[in-house]
Design a protein around this ligand. Structure first.
Ligand code: CA
Length: 239
């Protein structure tokens, strides 16, 4: 266990020192390096010199809302984001995922569960690294799996979260086929009725579809799943 992810750096943004200590300890037990930031401002300062693989962000921070901290991290880093929150409201969780978090854990949490979520996000990100430089083209769009960007026919570039990238990767790899929700969730341990998948679909649609109410690419197949309607060409896989 100890040697599986020896060099990954996890930034913990948490104002409660006791909680931060527990998280740092359990992550250290599993071989991660950690950096503790006690506020959103502290995190943004540290990001100038640190390049974390993943940020764990508490939603309740003293100086800014965790959601805002998350958006600012997302704007300047491609790292994974795990939200830690005592807010059990579905709306908070959905909003976090809408805004680009890869996952969330509710407080109080089981430390090993937290580590499992962290590892799951990092595994997915590593999967993307192996497909670095691969570009999927469809209807004038360019989806670069190496840097999680989606570029419109008009040249507008969208940064995708890890979870959105994973979802779009499944779509472009399986065009014109009905995909069940379970398939789209990949190896993640979401329940089939988890709203997270619908949230991700709607986020992708907002980036992809000129008319999100009448989607041209990501079609809903009622009672069955989703279908990605496009001819996909791949390039850039080897050089
Ligand atoms: Ca807090």
């Amino acid at each position: 266990m100890r040697d599986t992810e020896p060099t990954k750096l996890i930034t913990i943004v948490e104002d409660d020192p006791d909680v931060a200590k527990i998280i740092e300890q359990v992550l250290a037990d599993f071989g991660f390096r950690t950096a503790w930031c006690r506020s959103g401002g502290d995190l943004l300062r540290r990001l100038r010199t640190l390049a974390p693989d993943l940020c764990i962000i508490d939603l309740g921070l003293p100086d800014m809302d965790g959601i805002e901290a998350m958006q600012r991290v997302r704007a300047q880093s491609g790292c994974g984001i795990l939200i830690l929150t005592g807010r059990a409201h579905v709306s908070d969780r959905v909003m976090g995922l809408e805004l680009g978090a890869d996952d969330y854990v509710l407080k109080p949490f089981e430390p090993r569960e937290l580590v499992a979520r962290v590892r799951s996000i990092l595994r997915r990100r590593e999967g993307h690294e192996t497909s670095a430089r691969q570009i999927a083209e469809f209807a004038g769009w360019h989806f670069n799996l190496g840097n999680n960007t989606l570029t419109s026919p008009g040249g507008v570039e969208h940064a995708l979260s890890t979870a959105e990238t994973e979802l779009l990767k499944v779509f472009v790899s399986n065009p014109n086929r009905i995909l069940q929700r379970e398939k789209l969730m990949g190896t993640r341990d979401l329940a089939p009725n988890d709203r997270a998948i619908d949230v991700r679909i709607s986020r992708l649609r907002r980036k992809l579809e000129p008319d999100a109410d009448s989607p041209a690419f990501i079609k809903t197949v009622y009672g069955a799943g989703y279908l990605f309607l496009a001819t996909v060409n791949w390039s850039g896989g080897v050089n």
